[in-house]
Design a protein around this ligand. Structure first.
Ligand code: DGL
Length: 269
């Protein structure tokens, strides 16, 4: 794709499921007329329970298909797990600008007063050397506690399917950080999985008012706007399309829960 894509060339957001909508939401505030394709790999959900080798092969291949099909001007990997494992592979394979999602450890370290930072992500994300590197680079003199929570991914998906959020899922994520040495002094928690901001009210209530929740979505939105500045866009907003890979285990969410994110149709690929 040349430097000046057609006005109707979309932004393509990618996640295993519905978590990337939390990134899309912020991007739409800066670029309200951007045509949107939101792709969810329901056939691969949950990524957090998959191996590095599997994701490093699957994500670039699937994104390759999606890029060929939708010809986006830019791809946003709105998933920490896929980004921390497969971003380099995707960039090597595709000739389109790619924005990834990085756990917000740097701003958390800048804002923490107690020096105890929690990182809540998927099991796959919290074990990545990438997280070791961010901690060493930006929070070397602080205590970084990590916890992987597959339950929160399930709870966030349930919420957007209009189902109740299991309070035990919230509590076990909170306990997973609080019960580690130093966990009593947490004052900031990085939501290092794009699904988790969907549960921000529940998590905030469970952590209490002394803990601040932080995620990387504002920074990603600014990066998307920066990389597309000077490009042309349609004169008016149009409804986005959500596409799901065909899954035997996950059913599609009701369209009404996607409408607040600017999505007004769904497709299965
Ligand atoms: N939303 C994804 C993330 O940001 C992962 C959820 C999953 O598939 O486990 O890590």
């Amino acid at each position: 794709m040349g430097q000046f894509p057609a006005a109707d060339a979309p932004l393509l957001f990618f996640d295993s499921g519905l978590g990337g909508l939390t990134v899309l939401e912020k991007a739409r505030k800066l670029l309200p007329n951007a045509p949107i394709i939101y792709a969810a790999d329901y056939a691969g959900l949950p990524y957090g329970e998959k191996s590095e080798a599997m994701l490093a092969a699957r994500v670039p291949a699937l994104l390759g298909r999606l890029v060929e099909r939708y010809q986006p001007r830019l791809v946003v990997i709105a998933c920490n797990t896929a980004s921390t494992i497969a971003l380099t592979h995707v960039r090597a394979a595709l000739d389109v600008p790619i924005v990834g999602t990085v756990p917000a450890i740097k701003p958390a370290a800048e804002q923490s007063r107690t020096g105890v930072i929690g990182v809540l992500g998927t099991a796959a994300t919290v074990r990545q050397p990438y997280v070791d590197d961010l901690s060493a680079q930006y929070a070397a003199n602080q205590l970084v506690l990590r916890h992987g929570s597959p339950e929160l991914v399930v709870a966030a998906e349930a919420k957007l399917h209009g189902l109740p959020v299991d309070p035990a899922a919230i509590q076990s994520a909170v306990d997973g950080l609080r019960r580690q040495n130093g966990g009593d002094n947490l004052d900031i928690v990085v939501l290092a999985c794009t699904h988790f901001p969907l549960l921000a009210p529940e998590l905030q209530q469970a952590f209490g008012p002394d803990v601040r929740l932080i995620d990387g979505s504002d920074g990603i939105a600014r990066r998307i706007a920066y990389l597309t500045q000077g490009q042309s866009w349609p004169a008016n907003p149009s409804g986005g399309v959500a596409v799901f890979t065909k899954s035997d285990t996950h059913i599609l969410p009701p369209l009404d829960s996607l409408r607040p994110f600017g999505i007004d149709s769904m497709d299965i690929i």
